[in-house]
Design a protein around this ligand. Structure first.
Ligand code: FEO
Length: 396
């Protein structure tokens, strides 16, 4: 079994079978549910795994413990991708004490009806497990209210719950130094944007709170154990939780018969002509919204294109707008365009939405009637150029 430090074992599992995380976010690279076992005077397990993986999880624990019992289960996060196995684990180890905070136990009662063998910890309290000691810090809303992290001070390891996590399985090792971590960064941003993205301020508060600790290893509940790339990982979470954007433009469009698509192409040409060459064009019907959302977190500019559909915006654009709004993404540069055949509504609705988001719109929407004509394409290209100029101006 792979070790993180002396007598600290990785007992998490890869899930290559689930297609959709939380039953809606695509997992083309799978996901890992991480759990860590510390074999000290008191055997301590940190978090569990999704119930679908309980068999191989228990087998890993058995391999390490060889009949020894678990004394403590630290529950940093109660979302069922980590907490799902608590009930069966408590049956297998009935004398195990569950360690959590008051909010943890409210959820443990609700999910598992477990009311005994519990140790309630508060902010800054420590638990001695023998030669090692765990200190607990609350990290509410990263990404549920009961989330806490545990810091082990001998090897300076932070068990960080979802924070600093990413989609993607661990192929051959859990340690970043043994992996080509290039494959994780985009998936990490998508994970952050979709799962934690609404909670930028709490994430900032947690980063600030933990900044006084010396951390050599981060053991998140998803993705690699961060050692070599620890500074990069913290810097990325810091940047995303501040909603900081880079120069670049996302063009996301819906189209029924290709007219709005032509406007999207012309808009992108305008952006490049205006001097910004980082442009991502997404057809919302063929790209899952989680990828678009990840790039909305990355880039400064967003252009939405939508035909009028039943006197509304195109349904998948409407859905994308609501996802962005729910995550409270601030301070983006906006433009929109679309088309209609007999009555126009989508451009007005997208413009009003951007006003509600308090974003800067760079010009009036281009709304073609009954087909994208040369005049429309010219006008939308100028809109793209205006967006590029505004972005360049902001990054001067
Ligand atoms: Fe990976 Fe919020 O659970």
């Amino acid at each position: 079994m792979e070790t993180i430090a002396k007598d600290i074992y990785y007992v998490g599992v890869n899930d290559r079978q689930k297609h959709l995380f939380e039953n809606y976010l695509p997992l083309p690279n799978g996901v890992a549910y991480n759990s860590y076992l510390i074999v000290d005077e008191k055997v301590t397990l940190i978090d569990t795994v999704d119930i679908s993986m309980i068999g191989r999880f228990l087998a890993k624990i058995d391999t390490v413990l060889q009949g020894k019992k678990i004394d403590y289960l630290v529950v940093n996060h109660m979302e069922p991708d980590h907490a799902g196995s608590i009930g069966l684990l408590a049956q297998k180890y009935p004398e195990m004490t569950i360690v959590g905070n008051a909010k943890t136990f409210d959820m443990i009662n609700g999910y598992f009806d477990i009311t005994n063998n519990r140790l309630v910890v508060k902010e800054g309290e420590s638990l001695n497990i023998g030669t090692r000691r765990l200190t607990f810090y609350m990290a509410p809303m990263v990404h549920w209210p009961e989330v806490m992290v545990a810091y082990e001070d001998t090897d300076q390891i932070l068990f960080s719950a979802d924070a600093f996590g990413t989609f993607g399985t661990l192929d051959g090792s859990c340690l970043d130094k043994n992996l080509n971590t290039d494959r994780y960064w985009d998936d990490m941003r998508r994970y952050y944007a979709c799962i934690v993205g609404k909670f930028g301020k709490p994430t900032q508060a947690a980063i600030k709170k933990l900044s006084g600790l010396t951390i050599k290893t981060i053991c998140s509940t998803h993705g690699p154990v961060w050692q070599r790339d620890i500074n990069k990982t913290i810097a990325l979470y810091d940047k995303w939780s501040k909603y900081e954007a880079e120069q670049g433009v996302v063009v996301a469009y819906g189209t029924m018969y290709g007219n709005t698509e032509q406007l999207a192409e012309a808009f992108a040409e305008g952006v490049v002509k205006g001097g910004v060459n980082e442009v991502k064009i997404y057809n919302v019907s063929t790209t899952d919204a989680s990828y678009i959302l990840a790039d909305v977190f990355k880039y400064k500019g967003l252009a939405l294109g939508s035909p009028t559909y039943m006197m509304e915006t195109y349904p998948l654009i409407e859905s994308l707008m609501s996802k962005i709004e729910h995550r409270g993404v601030p301070d983006r540069v906006f433009a929109c365009f679309g088309g209609h055949t007999w009555a126009s509504a989508s451009c007005k609705k997208m413009t009003e939405w951007a006003e509600k988001m308090q974003w800067l719109s760079v010009g009036n929407a281009v709304d073609n009637r009954q087909g994208a004509k040369m005049a429309d394409l010219t006008q939308v290209a100028l809109l793209g150029e205006a967006m590029a100029k505004e972005i360049l101006n902001q990054y001067k």
